[in-house]
Design a protein around this ligand. Structure first.
Ligand code: CP
Ligand code: NVA
Length: 311
């Protein structure tokens, strides 16, 4: 292995260098190849990982459990309402005990400070399965999918249409680190990226030469894009769903948007989305849509995170 991250947490992409992020992606591509060729690869036999999900999940939870099983590890799902934290036991006590039983923790929660507190009190890796601020496992999978479909990152343009929230932040960070221009639709000034996330992404963008643009202008976002990335207009833990439907309505990813982009544009989405709002069947069923390969890549990238932070 070129890089060793044993015991290191996976809380956000910006905790790693672009070379290290690229190494996670390359490892995931190799793990995907191994699985496709039927090669048994169980380096985590005998290891176990705790999982806490304070929000709903289909892809993240299933891909992590399936991926861990393929690597030979066990996973334990702990329902937040069945844990003593729901009666007030502090995170720092919970974390120190889980750390004695398990080889790592996979956690989906609200504030980024929660995953950071678990990480502070655990020696074994804590992996962020989504917070309000970031979704680094999704970001890694998105980079892998772009690399598979486009061959390289530098100079590509991503047009992002959807909620300016966790997935937007992690994609923006990945794009800035890898030298891809990131344009996001911003219906009006009430929708702003997280200031810290934006500031960090801008620092990476300066180094890589990438542009980060938030604009109301749909043509500016989608025009000439190599990747159109759609997302829901109302994430878990956001407010005002009715107002959001009104504000984001001009930014639905339909064929008109796809036609503004490059002819070989790929259409990505973290899922879930809402048909008739942010996404439509005509584009989902078109040759541009890569949702299912992207969804599959969640598993390979999470396996890469498990292998590289555990071994
Ligand atoms: N993309 C994603 O994280 O999906 P889930 O909410 O289903 O895990
Ligand atoms: N932005 C979404 C991502 C879901 C995978 C949310 O937090 O609801």
């Amino acid at each position: 292995m070129l890089h060793h991250f044993k015991g290191k947490d996976f809380l956000k992409l910006a905790d790693f260098t672009p070379e290290e992020v690229a190494y996670f992606v390359d490892t995931a591509i190799e793990l995907k190849r191994k699985r496709a060729s039927g090669e048994l690869f169980e380096p985590l036999r005998g290891k176990s990982f705790a999982m806490i999900f304070e929000k709903l999940s289909t892809r993240t939870r299933v891909s992590f459990q399936a991926g861990a099983a393929q690597l030979g590890a066990q996973t334990f799902y702990m329902s937040p309402d069945q844990m003593q934290t729901s009666r007030g036991e502090p995170i720092r006590d919970t974390a120190r005990v889980i750390d004695r039983y398990c080889d790592g923790l996979f956690i989906r929660t609200f504030g980024q400070e929660v995953v950071e507190e678990f990480a502070q009190y655990m020696r074994n890796p804590v992996i962020n399965a989504l917070t309000n601020e970031t979704h680094p496992c999704q970001g890694l999978c998105d980079l892998m999918t772009i690399k598979e479909k486009k061959g390289a990152y530098k100079g590509l343009k991503i047009g992002y249409l959807g909620d300016i929230w966790n997935v937007c932040h992690s994609l923006m960070m990945g794009a800035a680190m890898m030298g891809m221009d990131f344009y996001a639709a911003q219906p009006n000034d009430t929708y702003q990226p997280n200031a810290d996330q934006l500031a960090t992404a801008q620092q990476w963008a300066e180094l890589s030469g990438a542009k980060i643009v938030f604009t109301k202008d749909l043509e500016e976002v989608a025009g000439g894009a190599d990747v159109i990335y759609g997302n829901t207009w109302h994430s878990m833990a956001t407010t005002n769903p009715e107002q959001r439907v009104v504000d984001f309505a001009p930014y639905q990813v339909n064929m008109r948007v796809i036609e503004m982009a490059k002819p070989d544009v790929i259409y990505m989405h973290c899922l879930p989305g809402t048909r008739g709002e942010d996404m439509v069947d005509e584009v989902i069923e078109s040759k541009h849509c890569v949702f299912w390969d992207q969804g599959e890549n969640r598993m390979h990238t999470e396996k890469a995170v498990l292998v590289l932070t555990t071994l």
